[in-house]
Design a protein around this ligand. Sequence first.
Ligand SMILES: Nc1nc2c(ncn2[C@@H]2O[C@H](COP(=O)(O)OP(=O)(O)OP(=O)(O)O)[C@@H](O)[C@H]2O)c(=O)[nH]1
Ligand SMILES: [Mg+2]
Length: 244
Amino acid sequence: MASFWEIVNRVIKESDMLLEVLDARMVKESRNREIEDKVKKSGKILIYVINKCDMVEKSTLEKYKQQLHPCVFVSATSHLGTTLLKQMILRHAPKDKFKVGVLGYPNTGKSSIINALKGHASAPVSSVSGHTKGMQWIRASPRMYLLDTPGVFPYKEKDEGKHAMITAKTFSNLKDPEEACMQMIDRFPTQVEKFYGVKHDKDPEAVLESIALKLKKLRKGGLPDINAAARIILRDWQQGRIKK
Ligand SMILES: Nc1nc2c(ncn2[C@@H]2O[C@H](COP(=O)(O)OP(=O)(O)OP(=O)(O)O)[C@@H](O)[C@H]2O)c(=O)[nH]1
Ligand SMILES: [Mg+2]
C-alpha cells in the first residue's frame, strides 16, 4: 500500500477541496496537524467534519465550533447533519464542477460520509479499520465528485493506545491490549465504569481487574485475566457499545 505521504500528497493535489473526518469521541486526538498544515499550504479549503456525533453528548462538542473553522457536526450512519455538510461544501465550492478529497484516520467514517452525501451506498464500509485500500472517485451529484481514501496515520506515530481508542487499529491486532485498554480507562473512566457496572478506582489496572472479575474472565488460580478483559473492553468500545 502507498505510504502516508504518498496518499496525502496525491489526495491534496487531485482535489479542489478537502474534508478532514474526525471522531466526535476524540476530536483532538483524531486531528492530524501535518495534513492540516499541508492543506493550508496548498491554499485549498479544508472543512472539519466531526462524525459519530450520535455517540456523544452534543454539549461536549460546542467548544470545537470556536476552535475549528469551518466545521460541521454529523452522524453519517444516523444521517444527522449530512444535508448541512452538503450545503457547506457547495458554499465553499471553488468552481462549478469540483472534487472533494476525504481524509482522516482509519475508521473515522470517511466512506460512510461519502455514502450519506451520495444518498446510497457506493463506498464499502466496515467496522474493521483499514477497510478502504485504494482511492476511488465517487460521483455524488452532477457537480460534485468525492474521493474516498484509505485511512492514514503518520507511520512514525507509535501510540497504540490512541490508535485503539480512535479505532485506527482494530482490537484484535493490538500488540499490547492491556496497556491500550488502561490508557482508555484512564481517559474515559466514567463511561467504562458505568458500562460494566464497576466501582470507580483511580488506578486503571484496578478497574480492569474488577471488570475481568465481573466478566468472569479468570486465569488458573482464580486471578483476573486482564488480557482477556482488555480485549473485550476494546472490542465493545470500537464497536460503539460504550457511549460517552
Ligand atoms: N455510531 C456511528 N458509527 C459510524 C458513523 N459513521 C461510521 N460509523 C461506523 O464506523 C465504522 C467505520 O466506518 P467507515 O465508513 O468504513 O470508516 P472509514 O473511515 O472509511 O474507514 P477506513 O476505510 O477503514 O479508513 C463502521 O462500522 C461504520 O458503520 C456514525 O456517524 N456513527
Ligand atoms: Mg473507508
